[in-house]
Design a protein around this ligand. Structure first.
Ligand code: ZN
Length: 311
């Protein structure tokens, strides 16, 4: 008898409850199938990582730069125009970093494209050498150094711009975007704490850098930039400036020269050979070297390389 009533309940479930549940399930699967990811184009790979961290499976992101090119001297390809034309959002740094982006947006000619400038609201560091930039030069007209993302506190502001933009385009996943952002910001805090701990024992924090990519990074982590090889990416230092750098490295006992994979390696090599200082290759962009594929990895890599070289 007991077995029989149990069978009855099973039968009831199969006939009655089953059909009630199934259509709902089918319907939600159908909705998921038809919700296309948001198509987003970003200028540099660090922005791709940020957008993916927040957007998860709801975004499809393409970065114009792969990480191997210089962010200042990139020239867009025809396929970039097509990508921008298809995109709903274009995410940039701004501040004149991507001098090539406004022409690209214009050529794509998409009326529905929204451009998200992630540097809005960030306190800028003015380049000391900015007064020397000749008129008409690519960076002229902007007051601040554009390499804002290399300070994780700035990255948090950038993430907020991206989260807001995604919520505007796709409000149905707002809670998910906010959760993802919160999770990521916690990871970032954790990493910052780790790195600060590692740096505690590093006394001499003086470095010579290649191009002015590092002021925000240096300020956050307590490195001291004593000079730059070039004041603008894509330019070459004069023989006089190189002589001056060699003299200064020797006189002040500077131990570390920061090179970058996107730049001509011969110049830092000459300086190292002449002075005995050590070359440390750091990247401002994720993906240029193994172990720097994400922003968190890149930050850890850059700080650890310097910490080890300066210890
Ligand atoms: Zn740069």
């Amino acid at each position: 008898m007991r077995v029989r009533s149990f069978m009855c309940i099973l039968a009831l479930w199969a006939v009655g409850v089953g059909p009630l549940l199934l259509p709902n399930f089918a319907q939600s699967a159908e909705t998921e199938k038809f919700s296309e990811p948001i198509h987003i184009v970003v200028t540099i790979p660090v922005l791709k990582d940020f957008v993916q961290q927040i957007g998860g499976s709801h975004v499809q992101v393409m970065s114009l730069l792969s990480g191997l090119e210089s962010e200042h001297t990139y020239s867009p390809r025809p396929s970039d125009i097509i990508a921008v034309r298809k995109a709903q959002l274009l995410v940039e740094i701004g501040l004149g970093l991507e001098v090539w982006v406004s022409a690209l947006v214009k050529n794509a000619g998409s009326a529905s494209l929204r451009v998200i400038t992630t540097s809005k609201g960030i306190a800028l560091i003015r380049d000391q050498s900015r007064d020397d930039v000749p008129e008409g030069a690519t960076d002229a007209g902007h007051d601040g150094n554009p390499h804002i993302w290399l300070d994780p506190e700035n990255a948090k502001i950038m993430m907020r711009h991206i989260t807001e933009a995604l919520i505007k385009v796709d409000p149905s996943h707002a809670a998910e975007y906010r959760d993802n952002q919160a999770t990521y910001l916690r990871q970032l805090d954790h990493l910052q704490k780790d790195l600060a701990e590692r740096l505690k024992t590093v006394a001499d924090r003086r470095i010579l850098v290649y191009h002015p990519a590092w002021p925000y990074f240096a300020r956050r982590f307590g490195f001291r930039i004593i000079d730059e090889i070039v004041t603008q990416a894509g330019s070459e230092p004069s023989a006089h400036h190189l002589q001056e750098l060699i003299r200064r490295i020797r006189k002040e006992g500077i131990r570390v020269i920061v090179s970058e994979p996107q730049m001509n390696q011969k110049i830092p090599e000459v300086l190292a050979r002449e002075t005995g200082a050590r070359i440390v290759v750091l990247s401002a962009l994720p993906g240029a070297m193994p172990g720097t594929e994400t922003y968190l990895n890149l930050l850890r890599y850059n700080v650890m390389q310097l910490a080890n070289a300066l210890s």
